[in-house]
Design a protein around this ligand. Sequence first.
Ligand code: ADE
Ligand code: ZN
Length: 339
Amino acid sequence: MDNFIAGLPKLELHLHIEGSLEPELMFALGQRNGVALPWPDVASVRAAYEFDCLQSFLDLYYLGASVLITEQDFFDLTWAYLERCAADKVVHVEIFFDPQTHTARGVPFATVLGGIERALQTGEKAFGISWRLIMSFLRHLSEEDAFATLAQATPFLSRIHGIGLDSGERGNPPSKFARVFARCRELGLPVVAHAGEEGPADYIWQAIRELEVRRIDHGVRCVDDPDLLRYLADTRLPLTVCPLSNTRLKVFDKMAHHNVLALLEQGLCVTINSDDPAYFGGYINANFHALAHELGASMNQLCRLSLNAVEASWLSLADKARLTREIRSYAACYGVSLH
Ligand code: ADE
Ligand code: ZN
């Protein structure tokens, strides 16, 4: 099974680049930039990664991101992630960045985008990993702040492929961002939103009806609403699910209770992703391992999860067809039959 997972072509559609900052790089960048961290060493940082909810994680995540200052820092961060992708046989990524986390500290938008994009371009040449970039608004801030960020992003919009919504979900419903998302859609940008991670199924409906999202990030609370489950199965509106993240943030108390395979079997277009791998104990293959070993996922199910990610991606139809063939022929090598 582990060899099968290692070689299975995979796509990652829900990854916060700031969440791939490993403690070693956090320390190195802190020293390089003279940014003090509240921990004496790398081991103490890792020891601090005990979370009881989303907010307890976000507090550390924003603190960790404070070491990112120069274009080279954003390059190094993204490059380290892409090296992990290459090792995990990830062939396509659609990643989030949170400009407000950096511009609020005086780091220019162009610095953030430039470093991330240069690494993605270099990774495409070196590893053949294709990519899209999603600018995410922080939902604990105001809609006015999101509009100001969109204005700052205006000169760069041809280099951004979509818009997202993340950060603390409770008390910050999708409807709070209805106007700014409408503007993004007018600009021709596809939109996605985190919804139904800690928040209720109604936030998923809001993201669908008021933001007109192309995908839901997380969305696991859809199980609380049978009409929503039926809608998601009928429309195949994708959910980018993050199993290790969900157990680390206590959305599910243990992996054996995760609902992703049940959703898969009900016909939803669920995909597997790592969210913030440096904080949650693993990259995409670690998530696939957890499904196989702790939830009993079969090779057939893992292949279907990967095929769902192809369907849910923003790749061209030609690229989708090519990757679908690649995954199907890989499955056939293991005797896995897919209909
Ligand atoms: N930002 C980074 N990771 C996140 C998550 N899991 N939920 C909401 N916002 C986030
Ligand atoms: Zn996320």
